[in-house]
Structure formats: structure tokens, C-alpha cells
Design a protein around this ligand. Structure first.
Ligand code: ADP
Length: 551
């Protein structure tokens, strides 16, 4: 019987499990793994930093709704990926990181790039394992993918010592597990479904909060059906945007604070009461708010706010059950209910408040006018990546999303540095759609070199960099004889020159008209491009009704 090498087997197993692309950075001891992956017919995207590979892989995992895979080298290569593992785990996105590690027979001898990789991965992963023999590879790859994908998704880590990658085994000893099936979707008992519907029916001020768990669960059709059957208004979390289109009449996103503070019953659909949703607590919510919570992770139920009705199950399955019950026994919130009138009034007020900033012709520009130009030009199917502090936060209220899993941002961890990797993922998974990565100058700084990857692989990503020269607010300059303030970047930086260095197209736009023209051209050309947009350093978000809302 012929022998098979570890590196070949790794590639074969990934292929057999339906992996379509691997993001990674090769070097000792995984160069051959990369070659074999490519030979096996899997697309390999080589990034400039492991964290970008790992952000890209988890982005691809979320977009494809099956685990993304990243490949890293040993020691510092692997530790470079840890932030991204933590990000996937915090976001509940499926990611398998495969990393080479130093030769096992050389353990504790000061081997090249020897590091406690298993221990380092463990706090940031759902599952961690090391292959000790070549024949373990198929089982562990299947298990790593399954653990990342099934239940509440997250990050997994498979450690592959150099001697296993380079080792050989008799092919007869290899047992390939079958191709993983889609995760099972568990529904709820009908009694709980009825209780949930009763609570919503009895509410005077019901509200649905739609999170990225709903996007992941592919629950958009069921959710839209339920909202349209009942007339319940909704608001999305940042990455819940697009599950129900932002221009759906049930959206009260513009009246977010008012809606949260006044709802008497909340349907929490694929979102968590963490910092993003202000913990579900006063003063952002009524102290007596009744929560109907649906989550795939039973242990999530009642976090921070005891759930009046807690359903542990798959959102698509449970919402489907609810919609089916409603068909049998229909009811609807009175379209003339004072709650809906109040919300409509508040939405109108908030939209009017933003209007002057959206139309401002000031130069240098603030945040709102360029965002309004971008919003006007983006096709509905755009994959939109937003990262930065002000840039990301303000973009949420101006840029609309219309499809699930079409908006990626700093997420549950508030991680800076995600944007370039996510943009690569979006362009790889959705080659037919526009991909626009709007990033602050600080955010772009983390992984800006990844623009070279877009040029190399001909990925038509359009970066838009809002450059206000600083973290939060920037400065126009500082006295010659003083050190730069801690939160600033070099004023007048030309980020467009970065992509030009690699053969991409750069634009520099000082005015709204220039930005509109550049963006249209870049979208039409479908080539990697970067639009540099100076933003007035003192520009800020619109004043908030409570100071703690801006914290
Ligand atoms: P957001 O940031 O949009 O508020 P979170 O990531 O905080 O979203 O919450 C998403 C929630 O969705 C998590 O608690 C996760 O367990 C849950 N979830 C993930 N997949 C499913 C699913 N298939 N069905 C139900 N809930 C899910």
C-alpha cells in the first residue's frame, strides 16, 4: 500500500470536507501544506499578516455559513492569529485555525519557534487539539470543523507539529469521516411557542431586536414573515442590519433610543444583552421590560435580564414555528396603536435632525456628507465593511443594508484591524458583488498592507479611508517643539498612495463631488481601489440626547 504524507493528507481532508478557500501565510513548517492545498483545488489566499488571514477566514465562514479555515506558521505566526481567534469566538463565527508547530521530538530543547500554542489558543477557542500522528489528521479536521460550526459557532484550533506534517503513513490506515452535514436545526416545544406569541400579543409596546445570530441562522424569511404578520416594529444590532432591509416599514432604527427605553416587551432574536445592547438594563430599558429570548445557546438565556420566555433553539426553526402558528391563529398589532405613532414621530424627528449634516457643503468635510454620498451610490447588494470609531459608528445611521450578512464591522469585541481581512473574505466569497470597505485612518493602519493582497488576487475591493488624523478626533497639527499628542496620526497622509505602490488605483477627494465621482468610477471599473477622504479633525457625531450614549 502506498504511503501518504501529512501535508498531502491535510489538503485532502479539507477538500473532502468541502472547504473552498484557505487564508494563510506560509513558512516553516507549513509551506508544503499551502502547496498541497492549492493542488487539491482549494483556493489559497496568501495574506501579509496572520491576523488578516484569520479575520478573512472567519469573515468567509460567516458569509458562507460554514467554517472558514486559516493556516499559520508556528510560534509567532500562530500567536499573531490569536486576536482574530478571540474575535471569531466573541462574534460566534465559525473558524478553524490550522497551525504548524515545532518538531515534537525537539520539545523543550529550544526548537525553532517553539511555543505553548495549545495553551495560548485555549482561552480563545471552543475546541483545541493536536495531531500526534499522521493518521489522526482526518478525524481531527472533521472534528475541528464540526465544533466550529455546530451549536453556537466559534473558533477552533488544530495544532500540527512539523514531524506530523512531514510524516508519512500507510494509506490503508487512513479512515475518512463522511462529509459534514449542515448543523441540525432544533425547534421549540409548541407550548413555549404559544407562550412567546401570547406575550407578544398582550404587549402594548412590543419591539423585536434583530442580531447577527439571525443573519447567521439564515432566519430572514421567517423573521420578515413574523414581523409582517404581527406588525411588530424592529431594530437591528450593528451586524443585524440587513436581515430585514433597513428600508422596511417596520424598521424603527432611527428611533433606537426611544424604542429601547419604551418597549414593554422585547423579542430578542439572535442578539445578546451585552454592551452593544446596553446590557438590557436601565436607563436604556424599562426596568419591567418583558423579554422573549430565542438563542441556540441555552446558557445565554437570561443573561443580564431574566427571560420571561426563554427558548433554546435554532432561530430559523423557532421563528418558522411561530409564523406557522400565527397563520392558524392570526393577530396583529393595531396599526393605529399609540406605540407605532410615537415611534413614527420619533423616526421622523431623528431623520430631520440629521438632514443638515447630510447636506452640508463644508470643506474639509465632516462625517455625514461623505457618508450620504456613499449611501446614494452603493448598489443594494453591496458587501459593506465598516471599521473605526466615529467612522463606523456614524456610518451605521447613514449607510443602509438590505441583505443579511452584507455588513461586517468591529463586532462584539470592538476589534480594530478586522476590516482589511473582512474585505478580502467578502470579495472571495461574493466575486459578483461590489465590496466597499469604509475605514477610519486608525483602523486602516492595522492591516493596510493587505491592499497588496487585493491587487495580487485581482479582488475588486474599494477602500474608502476617512482620514481625520487621529483616534476619535484628530488634529490639524501640533507645535514643532512638542511631541505628537498620543491619539494622532500624521496630518495630510495620502493613504491612496499605498495602493498605488502595488498597482491599484488611488483617489484623493477633498469634496463631496470628487468623492461621488471617484466612487462611481471605482465601482464601475471593478478593480482594487482606495479613496482617501480627508475629514475635518474636529468633526464629531451628532450630539446625543444623553451624554452616556456617546460613551
Ligand atoms: P449582536 O452583536 O448582533 O447583538 P451577538 O453575537 O451578540 O449578536 O448574539 C448572537 C446570538 O445569536 C448569540 O447569543 C448566539 O448564540 C445566537 N445564535 C447563533 N446562531 C443561532 C441560531 N442558529 N439560532 C439561534 N440563535 C443563534
Amino acid at each position: 500500500m502506498a504511503e501518504i504524507k501529512g501535508a498531502v493528507l491535510i489538503a485532502q481532508c479539507l477538500k473532502r470536507q468541502g472547504v473552498e478557500e484557505v487564508f494563510g501565510l506560509v513558512g516553516y513548517p507549513v509551506v508544503e501544506v499551502g502547496h498541497r492545498i492549492q493542488e487539491a483545488g482549494i483556493r489559497f489566499i496568501g495574506t501579509r499578516h496572520e491576523q488578516a488571514a484569520c479575520f478573512a477566514a472567519q469573515g468567509a465562514g460567516y458569509l458562507r455559513r460554514r467554517p472558514g479555515v486559516a493556516l499559520t506558521v508556528s510560534g509567532p505566526g500562530m500567536t499573531n492569529a490569536i486576536t482574530a481567534m478571540g474575535n471569531a469566538q466573541a462574534n460566534c463565527w465559525p473558524l478553524l485555525v490550522i497551525s504548524g508547530s515545532s518538531d515534537s521530538p525537539l520539545a523543550n530543547r529550544g526548537a525553532f519557534q517553539e511555543a505553548p500554542q495549545m495553551e495560548a489558543a485555549r482561552p480563545f477557542c471552543k475546541w483545541v487539539a493536536q495531531a500526534r500522528r499522521v493518521e489522526e489528521i482526518p478525524r481531527l479536521i472533521e472534528q475541528g470543523l464540526r465544533q466550529a460550526w455546530y451549536g453556537r459557532p466559534g473558533a477552533t484550533y488544530l495544532d500540527l507539529p512539523a514531524d506530523v506534517i512531514d510524516g508519512v503513513v500507510d494509506e490503508g490506515l487512513i479512515k475518512h469521516p463522511p462529509l459534514l452535514a449542515e448543523p441540525p436545526r432544533e425547534g421549540s416545544s409548541l407550548a413555549l411557542v404559544d407562550e412567546a406569541l401570547r406575550a407578544l400579543r398582550e404587549a402594548e409596546r412590543p419591539l423585536a431586536i434583530v442580531g447577527k445570530g439571525a443573519a447567521w441562522a439564515d432566519a430572514a424569511p421567517e423573521l420578515i414573515r413574523l414581523l409582517e404578520q404581527t406588525g411588530i416594529p424592529f431594530l437591528p444590532t450593528p451586524m443585524g442590519k440587513g436581515v430585514v432591509p433597513d428600508d422596511h416599514p417596520a424598521s424603527v432604527a432611527a428611533a433606537r433610543s426611544y424604542a429601547l427605553a419604551n418597549a414593554d416587551t422585547i423579542l430578542l432574536a439572535g442578539a445578546r444583552f451585552n454592551w452593544i445592547m446596553h446590557f438590557g438594563l436601565e436607563p436604556r430599558y424599562r426596568p419591567d421590560v418583558k423579554v422573549v429570548q430565542i438563542d441556540i445557546a441555552p446558557e445565554e438565556l437570561s443573561t443580564n435580564v431574566p427571560a420571561a420566555i426563554g427558548i433554546a433553539g435554532d432561530l430559523k426553526a423557532v421563528l418558522g414555528q411561530m409564523a406557522a402558528r400565527l397563520e392558524e391563529e392570526p393577530w396583529r398589532l393595531d396599526p393605529k396603536a399609540p406605540w407605532l405613532k410615537e415611534l413614527a414621530g420619533e423616526v421622523e424627528k431623528k431623520k430631520n435632525e440629521l438632514q443638515p449634516a447630510l447636506e452640508s457643503s463644508e470643506v474639509p468635510m465632516g462625517f455625514y456628507r461623505p457618508l450620504s454620498e456613499i449611501q446614494k451610490l452603493l448598489p443594494r447588494e453591496t458587501l459593506f465593511i465598516a471599521e473605526g470609531s466615529n467612522t463606523m459608528d456614524i456610518s451605521r445611521s447613514v449607510i443602509e443594508n438590505y441583505l443579511p450578512r452584507h455588513r461586517l464591522d468591529a463586532g462584539t469585541w470592538g476589534t480594530m484591524g478586522v476590516g482589511c481581512g473582512f474585505a478580502l473574505a467578502a470579495a472571495v466569497v461574493h466575486p459578483e458583488k461590489p465590496v466597499v470597505a469604509l475605514m477610519g485612518d486608525g483602523a486602516f493602519g492595522f492591516d493596510g498592507m493587505e491592499v497588496e493582497v487585493a491587487v495580487r488576487y485581482k479582488l475588486p475591493i474599494v477602500w474608502i479611508i476617512f482620514a481625520n488624523n487621529g483616534i476619535g478626533r484628530g488634529v490639524a497639527g501640533w507645535p514643532e517643539d512638542e511631541p505628537p499628542p498620543v491619539n494622532v496620526y500624521t496630518p495630510g497622509s495620502r493613504y491612496d498612495k499605498v495602493i498605488e505602490a502595488f498597482g491599484g488605483t488611488g483617489y484623493h477627494c477633498d469634496t463631496p463631488e470628487q468623492l461621488a465621482q471617484a466612487l462611481q468610477e471605482a465601482l464601475d471599473k471593478r478593480e482594487p481601489a482606495l479613496i482617501n477622504v480627508p475629514i475635518a479633525p474636529e468633526a464629531n457625531r451628532a450630539p446625543q440626547s444623553h451624554h452616556w450614549l456617546s460613551r
